[in-house]
Design a binder for this molecule. Structure first.
Ligand code: SAH
Length: 346
């Protein structure tokens, strides 16, 4: 059976047309799923019964199941999803003031191999389908009371989003539709390890999304160690592609920098980073390391964090430290993984 969430509007419109149904039925179906949060086709009460039946016979609305839910005291919820083929992914809902942010995955596992990250420990299994990406949004949305809506999306779950651009773009486009989730593209952030050809493609096709580039090191020597894919790319090319994205989008980029104690948190690293980014309208998002069981990295001391920040600020850069949310349930950045630890029980 086909997964309805995999179909874009023109394809669904064609399906309707083949049955001599008017095009506005597409909007109706989407409205029921994305805004009115129904769980099945039969509940779409203003559709003709015959159409509801035909949809039921031909499509499945859901392709994954919620295997486990974990909730933290700060309102963060993490879902472990079981995909139709047995794959496992995680996605997270974060509550922060009036913000309702979701963090979604783009692949099962990850091939980038960043040495400090849990998601890539077992390599990559496969890309998620568009439907599987949209489904994460809808399952998380349904955790909210009816009078609350999702405000932000970050593609910072498992996987490298730019390695699955083909399926990601339609999913994000759907999230922006006025009669869908109606999330502003400026509030959708794609975080990438920095794959230049894909950044260029995104810049040419959809410069409307916010781009975050994971740097983690101010020079190639250190970056090659922490972000192995860098050996084949190099910082210069990453920054060049990022500059191109800025040119096309007109919007400031974010550079992410995970702070690892005594690895990349020194004053000399901060100075070199500031030098590298000088002249660029950039926001530096520093992420104090969220420890991952079994990995040797540590979170820097408060003092080291403060020093790092001061050096960047003294040099005129805009710095933001990522608030830690959800780490009590291993839902914090980089803690999403394919095989949950036994200790966690999920
Ligand atoms: N593949 C994308 C998305 C990764 S998750 C990318 O590389 O950007 C989003 C951010 O969290 C990335 O910058 C990633 O390097 C960082 N991250 C991964 N593991 C982490 C950890 N344990 N603690 C803090 N940040 C981590």
């Amino acid at each position: 059976m086909r997964h309805l969430l995999d179909l874009d509007d023109p394809t669904l419109a064609m399906w309707m047309a083949e049955r001599e149904l008017p095009r506005y039925r597409v909007r109706q179906v989407r409205g029921w799923i994305h805004r009115r949060r129904v769980e099945d086709f039969q509940s779409m009460s203003d559709l003709p019964l015959a159409l509801r039946q035909e949809l039921t016979d031909e499509f499945r609305l859901w392709s994954s199941e919620i295997v486990a839910v974990r909730e933290a005291a700060d309102g963060t919820e993490k879902l472990l999803l079981g995909l139709a083929d047995g794959g496992r992914i995680e996605c997270v809902l974060l509550r922060d003031g009036i913000r309702r942010t979701i963090c979604i995955s783009s692949q099962v596992g990850c091939a980038m191999g960043c040495v400090f990250c849990a998601s890539g420990l077992d390599g990559v299994d496969r890309n998620l389908t568009t439907g599987e990406i949209v489904e994460q949004m809808l399952l998380l949305q349904r955790r909210l009371p009816v009078d609350e809506r999702l405000s932000h999306i970050v593609v910072m779950g498992m996987g490298e989003p730019l390695a699955n651009l083909e399926r990601l773009i339609p999913a994000l486009d759907l999230a922006c539709e006025a009669d869908g989730l109606a999330i502003s593209p400026r509030r959708i952030t794609i975080s990438t390890v920095g794959l230049p050809p894909a950044i260029v493609r995104l810049a040419d096709e959809r410069p409307r999304y916010h781009l975050a580039v994971s740097l983690h090191a101010p020079n190639d020597e250190l970056r090659n160690e922490l972000v192995p894919i860098n050996r084949a790319i190099g910082l210069d090319r990453v920054l060049e592609a990022a500059d191109y994205y800025f040119e096309k989008s007109g919007r400031r980029l974010t550079y992410e920098y995970v702070l690892l104690a005594e690895v990349n948190d020194g004053q000399e690293h901060a100075r070199e980073l500031a030098g590298r980014l000088r002249g660029r309208p950039a926001l530096i998002n520093v992420i104090p390391y969220n420890p991952v069981e079994g990995l040797p990295y540590r979170t820097p001391t408060e003092r080291a964090q403060r020093r790092f920040r001061e050096i960047l600020e003294q040099r005129g850069l805009t710095v933001q430290f990522r608030q830690r949310k959800g780490d009590a349930i291993s839902a914090a950045c980089g803690q999403l993984r394919r095989r949950p630890t036994a200790q966690e029980g999920m």
